[in-house]
Design a protein around this ligand. Structure first.
Ligand SMILES: Cc1cc2nc3c(=O)[nH]c(=O)nc-3n(C[C@H](O)[C@H](O)[C@H](O)COP(=O)(O)OP(=O)(O)OC[C@H]3O[C@@H](n4cnc5c(N)ncnc54)[C@H](O)[C@@H]3O)c2cc1C
Length: 102
């Protein structure tokens, strides 16, 4: 009997788990993703929102630094998601990973 060829549409958690399971069961798989591998969870929802929450937590801690005996001389908290932050992010981000493999 010939090998089954399965086409999975969507590279989110549902799609890539289905694709992996199908491969493990001996099928040939083509995964079709229109935007970014990893889907909403990796690129838009679960992971990025946790990163935002972490940023908010850090801002809150910095604002209350004196409570922990740490004095910040200029007393300012500035959020800067450009420059160095963007460079670091681009090195490690899932979207650059997705761009590499798509
Ligand atoms: C703000 C927010 C926070 C969340 N946080 C969490 C969390 O902390 N933990 C958790 O477990 N879940 C979380 N979720 C839920 C999680 O994002 C979803 O459960 C998960 O992404 C669903 O996976 P999926 O594969 O079904 O869909 P998706 O991840 O949406 O993947 C579907 C993929 O299919 C592609 N696609 C669609 N149509 C086509 C087409 N015609 N051709 C080719 N490709 C196509 C899309 O581009 C997409 O990549 C969160 C959701 C939101 C909105």
């Amino acid at each position: 009997m010939g090998m089954t060829h399965i086409v999975v549409i969507g590279g989110g958690p549902a799609g890539y788990i289905a694709a992996i399971a199908a491969i493990q069961n001996g099928s040939q798989v083509t995964l079709v993703e229109e935007k970014y591998l990893g889907g909403t969870c990796l690129n838009v929802s679960c992971i990025p929102t946790k990163a935002l929450l972490q940023s908010a937590e850090i801002v809150e801690k910095v604002k209350n630094a004196l409570t922990f005996g740490i004095e910040l001389p200029d007393g300012k908290t500035v959020i800067n998601w450009g420059g160095e932050y963007r460079k670091e992010k681009d090195k490690s981000s899932s979207s650059s990973w997705a761009e590499l493999v798509t």
